[in-house]
Design a protein around this ligand. Structure first.
Ligand code: ATP
Ligand code: MG
Length: 579
């Protein structure tokens, strides 16, 4: 390709909503342009990179034995109603009615449609195992699209779906995808960690996330020193806290007037106490009732853990009228006293049971209660009472006795063991050897193509621009023609360009009639890993300069040797990314 003919609108301007480096660089290097909140046009350089990522993903997923298909992005709402996800997925789903009033969903993922396909086509165990995947556009009405392609409302995902006859088969299919993911991220040049993850809305029995550690990540990885444990924050287990020492005599409960003071901070300031000495009572609604969840005032409830304890049931924070009905008080004054009788379940976090004494809401508007003793003043056991780990891990927590550490990361992929959740609801069944009908055991496996590109830039950059892993760089080599007005120079650059093209190198020739300084700046900004510079000075010695984007020094190589040297460097860079 010739730079002069390409649309590569590099710019110094960065809009204020581009908060993180990768987003800024994608705009500055002319890879993307925003169309609307969370939607982007990928320009030639950006699209070239995405195509290379797609190529790697496709190769590895094919190698793992999966077959590529394509399902529609616009899917009947009816299918989503069958699995309950039209509700459970919440406002993140884009919906549209067609002219006949039929509801549709713009696919945020495709379990429903692929399971529907399997329900129609799979009859016998002889057809299993099977893994079907697609690489296609997904839509999510993200509450807060940000960080450019990392959290956008329209993006490209590789999503695979495996169907097996038994748990051992599912384990094998899962492992094949897990291993393929390791190869994919290695080949894309990403440093990643694998963490245990919650299954969330997907349902199912187990999951891993592939996460790229970096400061701008929205996910939190929780791990222990020697990497013996790594989980995402929603999944991370914590050891129960030691029981607080009890004063020899704790006075009885005391009601205090706290007019209009409902928040933890306000109550603490008013009563001269600390969040860790308070008990938060949260009311949730579920399909068949209400749940009360108790956590310490300084802890945050982990809704994922709560969901799992309730057997994957969909939960939502109760609305004001519901809270008032359950507690008999305005929002902000809920407490654990006599609440177990009014809800279908009360779930108490371990840390609350370890408290010696606490402050809670009084279930009476404008009142709190002091000197509350768990176990004395509200029950810790009973028919509908469960004590469990339902909070987020915090600094200072341990797991298996080891201190938990925290770092930020970007989730680039996730694998799930789904089990039979979707196959039962959508009738994806097979006949086994004995002629018995059974639901397929499913797994699902997603990779964010655009996020891979963004993460690679987030990891690979310096003050001058992008540093691409060669495997996903828009071009492998750039030939920079410095004194384009000199016919010798121009011809030499052209010759090298042609030779490299003939050898199958993905090369860009910067033939623009602009100053050398501008060409060098742009080459650094767009980050092509290998640069060949053809200029009057070195050409007078019969040489050209070869430079890696990642290094500051260049080397002079004779004209004859130059193409081979470039190929050698490209091979070397590729070798490092071999899976
Ligand atoms: P997140 O927790 O970041 O919202 P998710 O867990 O909901 O993501 P999955 O349903 O696991 O995402 O989707 C599979 C992959 O698709 C993710 O690992 C991620 O790489 C990508 N992805 C998900 N949401 C987005 C988005 N809004 N923009 C770009 N890529 C996304
Ligand atoms: Mg995920």
């Amino acid at each position: 390709m010739r730079y002069s003919r390409m649309l590569i609108p590099t710019t110094k301007e960065v809009p204020s909503d581009a908060e993180i480096t990768s987003h800024q660089l994608m705009i500055r290097a002319g890879l993307i342009r925003k169309v609307a909140s969370g939607t982007y046009t990928y320009l030639p350089l950006g699209w070239r990179s995405l195509l290379k990522i797609i190529g790697i993903v496709r190769e590895e997923i094919n190698k793992a034995g999966a077959q590529e298909i394509l399902v529609p992005s616009m899917q009947p709402l009816e299918l989503w109603q069958k699995t309950g996800r039209s509700v459970d997925y919440g406002p993140t789903i884009f919906r549209l009615d067609d002219r006949h009033g039929k509801g549709n969903v713009l696919s945020p993922t495709a379990e429903e449609v692929v399971t529907y396909l399997a329900a129609g086509e799979i009859k016998s165990y002889k057809q299993l195992p099977i893994n079907l995947y697609q690489i296609s556009t997904k839509f999510r009405d993200e509450f807060r699209p940000r960080f450019g392609p990392i959290r956008s409302r329209e993006f490209i995902m590789k999503d695979a779906y495996s169907f097996d006859t038994d748990p051992a088969g599912l384990d094998k299919s899962y492992k094949a995808m897990y291993d393929a993911y390791c190869r994919i991220f290695k080949r894309c040049g990403l440093d990643y960690v694998i963490v245990e993850a919650e299954v969330g809305e997907m349902g199912g029995s187990g999951s891993h996330q592939f996460t790229v550690p970096c400061e701008s990540g929205e996910d939190t990885i929780v791990y222990t020193e020697n990497d013996s444990y790594a989980a995402n924050l929603e999944r991370a287990d914590v050891d129960p806290l030691p029981k607080e020492k009890t004063a020899s005599k704790i006075p009885p409960m005391k009601e205090v007037h706290t007019p209009n003071i409902g928040s933890i901070e306000a109550v603490c300031a008013f009563l001269q106490t600390q969040p860790k000495d308070m008990i938060k009572t949260l009311i949730f609604s579920t399909r068949d009732g209400t749940i009360a969840a108790l956590v310490r005032g300084d802890h945050e409830l982990n809704t994922e853990k709560l969901t799992q304890i309730l057997g994957g049931e969909h939960i939502e924070l109760a609305d004001e009228p519901m809270i008032e009905k359950v507690t008999g008080a305005k929002v902000g004054f809920a407490g654990p006293m006599r609440i177990a009788e009014k809800v279908s379940k009360m779930i108490i976090d371990y840390a609350v049971t370890a408290m010696a004494i606490g402050v809670t809401g009084a279930n009476k508007t404008d009142y709190h209660i002091k000197n509350v003793v768990p176990g004395r003043d509200f029950p810790l056991e009973g028919d509908n009472i469960i004590v469990a780990d339902i909070r987020l891990a915090v600094e200072g927590d341990t797991y298996n006795g080891k201190r938990l550490l925290f770092k930020k990361g970007i989730e680039v992929g996730q694998v799930f063991k789904l089990g039979t959740k979707y196959s039962v609801k959508l009738g994806a069944k097979f006949l086994d050897e004995t002629g018995t009908e059974k639901p397929c055991l499913m797994g699902c496996y997603g990779i964010g193509i655009n996020r891979i590109m963004a993460s690679a830039i987030e990891l690979g950059n310096d003050e001058n621009g992008i540093l691409w892993p060669i495997s996903i760089s828009p071009f492998e080599v750039i030939v920079t023609c410095v004194n384009h007005e000199d016919p010798d120079v121009a011809q030499t650059a052209e010759n090298i360009y042609q030779k490299l093209l003939d050898k199958g190198i993905d090369v860009l020739l910067d033939d623009r009639p602009v100053r050398g300084g501008i060409k060098f700046k742009d080459a650094d900004l767009i980050g092509i890993p290998v640069r060949v510079t053809v200029g009057q000075k070195s050409l007078a010695e019969g040489k050209v300069e070869i430079k890696l984007r990642s290094e500051s020094k260049s080397q002079k190589i004779s004209l004859e040797e130059a193409p081979d040297k470039v190929i050698e460097l490209v091979d070397l860079l590729k070798e490092k990314l071999k899976a």
